[in-house]
Design a protein around this ligand. Structure first.
Ligand code: MN3
Length: 214
């Protein structure tokens, strides 16, 4: 039996959240065309296909995307892969847009900075490890900063898998699918990753961190 988590709002369909800034807000680090296609086409398709997969299943339609994915192994087998890929895509991108902003970058402060320091030694060491996870993820996937068993750690995942599918709680993540960088950086994923640090919205990441820590 699928359980509805605390705070899951009843809903019939999922909707594409608006991009919280203009397509060109992240220039020159992430180009406007990439942002437009990434949000309006890729993310939109995940939402459309997630809704399609859940059509006619009133019980699952009541769940938040987080609850759906946390219990992915209880989702009926005939729609499980579709929910995993498209629900994951929806959840991952919904976080991704928010942790970026125009004029972002720099370093985190407060509790988040302390957690990074105690987990990785320094912000520079954290960045090196995170870049390594993002660079080495073979093919399409994501790099994550997350809570796993109460500890702050770095992982990467394939496709649109989110750590919530096996008990992790991600509060920061980087999309390393080619669609996230290919127009501007072609095959140079490490250049995209390095540029991306200039658009991080650390205040939002700190908020995500505080929420995930609860
Ligand atoms: Mn993407």
């Amino acid at each position: 039996m699928i359980q509805t988590g605390q705070g899951a709002a009843p809903q019939m369909t999922f909707t594409l959240p608006p991009l919280p800034y203009a397509f060109d807000a992240l220039e020159p680090y992430i180009d406007a065309k990439t942002m437009e296609i990434h949000h309006d086409k890729h993310h939109a398709a995940y939402v459309t296909n997630l809704n399609k997969a859940l059509e006619g299943n009133a019980e699952l339609q009541k769940l938040s995307v987080e609850d759906l994915l946390a219990q992915i192994n209880k989702v009926p087998e005939n729609i499980r892969t579709a929910v995993r890929n498209n629900g994951g895509g929806h959840m991952n991108h919904s976080m991704f847009w928010k942790i970026m902003k125009k004029g972002g970058g720099g370093e985190p402060s407060g509790d988040l900075a302390g957690a990074i320091k105690s987990s990785f030694g320094s912000f520079a060491d954290f960045k090196t490890k995170f870049n390594d996870a993002a660079t080495k993820r073979f093919g399409s996937g994501w790099a994550w900063l997350l809570f796993r068993d109460g500890k702050v750690t770095i992982e990467s995942s394939a496709n649109q898998d989110n750590p919530i599918m096996d008990g992790g709680k991600a509060f920061f993540g980087l999309d390393v699918w080619e669609h996230a960088y290919y127009l501007k950086y072609q095959n140079r994923r490490p250049e995209y990753i390095e540029a991306w640090w200039n658009v991080i919205n650390w205040a939002q990441v700190a908020e995500n961190y505080a929420h995930a820590k609860k």
